[in-house]
Each structure stands twice: as structure tokens, then as C-alpha cells.
Design a protein. Structure first.
Length: 311
């Protein structure tokens, strides 16, 4: 079917400028989604739309290649560092959002944890044209002071962007005793949610330092300062999905770790693609330990963290 150039420009504007999904455009113009995809392809072929990729700096690229080689990573995406940590965090989130859009396909089973980096990722993602996907909350709710950073809200928002099935873990992430944990995880809905964490294609997780003054778990009200200091004295250098680990990336045999409700620490490594997102030189020790233990397969971070890891 021959279409006018003005019409092609109109569809291109709806997709690239108005940021409608292909499915939304198909509904608006009474087309099938494949027809919209073919129109957008024609726009590229006729030069109406030009896609340009702005590559990272040579230095960032070199750091990423070095990290991939040293730690046998599948991907290492490094962004330039600046003194404005808020801007760096936003840029890391944007890179994570772009990476997520490139790897989430029809049928992908996605797990997501919590934290500021993942908040930036989710809130900079665009609607994806994928079907039959699912989003699983990897750890229980924090009841945090900033609930938008909580895994419950992040998993829900991500599921909307993917038009995916949403599987929440409706329980606290940390309970007062191991006995309470055992009681809760035997509940059918929680048991089913935890079972889904063992059957994922990709997981997005944050990595945090265990420094009590900088720990995300302390800022979220997950731990108090005294508890965080005790865990650090016991050898913790970082935490992932709530679990504190030592300089070798091994989970500490510490009471708090046995009261967490979420994906099991030793099951995280069974997920084929484990994406760790974190930035800042203060997180380098935590990131390095996670890399050495193969807790993550893809790293998205900034130059300051990458340099300290390699040095």
C-alpha cells in the first residue's frame, strides 16, 4: 500500500516524539501492530527518521572492556563521573533503562529488587512493545520512608511499562525472628511468589555499601545504625537483595540475614542475566566483592567506581 510522505511523518512523530507505543498507534489508526512496525521501518528506509547512537567516551569504553575481561562479565556499561552525584545517578538509571529495553523481549520473566538506582531505571523507561512478560518482586516490602524506592512500587510500575503480569511479594522484607519468617513463607500466596523468584530470565538489583552512614538499608529504615555497625564489624562490605556479604561476596552467617524474606541468596546466581546497578567510588568495595563472587553478570556503573574497583 502506497502511503504519502506526510502520513509517514505523522506516524513517526506519534512514535518518536509523542512516545506512543506501537500498540497504541495501531489502536488509534485501526492498524495491526506489525503494520505500524513496517511503517516505522519505511520511515527509516526513506530517511524520514535517522537513528544516531552517541557512544560513550573512549575512557569509559576502555574501563568497561577492562572490567569485562577481569571479571568475565557479559556486559559492563560505564558512564562518565561528575561531582554532581544526582546527575550521575540519573545517567546510570537512563543507561539501565536503555539496557533493559534492549534485552526484555516477548516472554521474558523479569525480577526486580529495590533502591534509588532501580527507581531511576524504572522511571526513565518507556513503554515497551512486548507480550507475555512477567515481573516478579525479588524481596518483601521495606515500609521505607521513601516508598517509591521500594520493590513493591518498582515492580508494579515496571509491570505497567511492559504490560506484564505482576507478581508482588506481599510481606515485610525483614521480620523479627526466624520463626516468624518460617511461618510467613509457608503461607500459600507468599510461597507462590517466592517460587517465582526461582524461575527468572533476568534480574535487576542494586548494590549498596554497608557503611552505616551510607547504607541504603539504613536510609530506608530497614536497619538502625547500631545494627548496621554490628554487621559491618562482622565483616560485611555490601548488600544485595537485602543480604549482607563479605569481601569475597559470600553471605554472612549473621542473624539478620536469616530473617529476610525474598529470593534466596544462593539462588540469585541461578538467574541467567543478573544486572547490578550502582554508582559512586564509595560502593567500589561492595561492587568488587559481588563481581568476584559472580553475583552479577552485567554491571552498570560510573567511572569513579570502575577505577577504584580496578585499582
Amino acid at each position: 500500500m502506497q502511503r504519502s510522505r506526510d502520513f509517514l511523518v505523522e506516524i513517526a512523530r506519534r512514535y518518536y516524539i509523542d512516545e506512543l507505543s506501537q500498540q497504541e498507534i495501531a489502536k488509534e489508526y485501526n492498524f495491526s501492530r506489525p503494520t505500524v512496525s513496517n511503517i516505522l521501518k519505511q520511515c527509516k528506509e526513506e530517511g524520514i527518521v535517522e537513528i544516531r547512537i552517541r557512544d560513550g567516551s573512549p575512557f569509559s569504553t576502555a574501563l568497561g572492556n577492562r572490567l569485562k575481561k577481569v571479571f568475565n562479565l557479559e556486559n559492563a556499561i560505564i558512564i562518565p563521573s561528575t561531582e554532581d552525584i544526582t546527575a550521575v545517578l540519573s545517567r546510570v538509571g537512563a543507561e539501565a533503562a536503555a539496557y533493559a529495553a534492549s534485552v526484555i523481549k516477548d516472554g521474558t520473566r523479569v525480577g526486580i529488587a529495590w533502591g534509588t538506582s532501580l527507581y531511576q531505571m524504572v522511571h526513565q523507561m518507556k513503554q515497551l512493545d512486548v507480550i507475555d512478560t512477567s515481573v516478579v518482586q525479588l524481596m518483601g516490602g521495606l515500609g521505607a520512608n521513601n516508598p517509591q524506592y521500594d520493590g513493591t512500587d518498582l515492580a508494579r510500575e515496571l509491570s505497567k511499562l511492559l504490560n506484564a503480569r505482576y507478581h508482588p511479594l506481599q510481606c515485610p522484607v525483614l521480620v523479627k525472628s526466624k520463626e516468624v519468617k518460617e511461618m510467613l513463607i509457608s503461607e500459600p500466596t507468599i510461597e507462590e511468589a517466592l517460587r517465582r523468584t526461582k524461575n527468572l530470565d533476568i534480574a535487576f538489583v542494586g548494590i549498596s555499601s554497608n557503611d552505616p552512614e551510607k547504607s541504603a538499608t539504613v536510609k530506608a529504615g530497614f536497619l538502625n545504625l547500631k545494627e548496621a555497625e554490628e554487621i559491618m564489624k562482622a565483616g560485611a562490605v555490601g548488600h544485595i537483595c537485602g543480604y549482607s556479604y563479605d569481601k569475597h561476596g559470600q553471605m554472612l552467617d549473621y542473624p539478620v540475614n536469616h530473617r529476610i524474606i525474598g529470593i534466596e541468596f544462593d539462588k540469585l546466581i541461578d538467574i541467567p542475566n543478573r544486572v547490578g546497578i550502582a554508582c559512586g567510588a564509595d560502593k567500589a568495595t561492595a561492587i568488587k566483592a559481588a563481581l568476584e563472587a559472580k553475583l552479577i553478570t552485567t554491571l552498570i556503573t560510573d567511572e569513579s567506581a570502575a577505577l577504584r574497583i580496578l585499582n
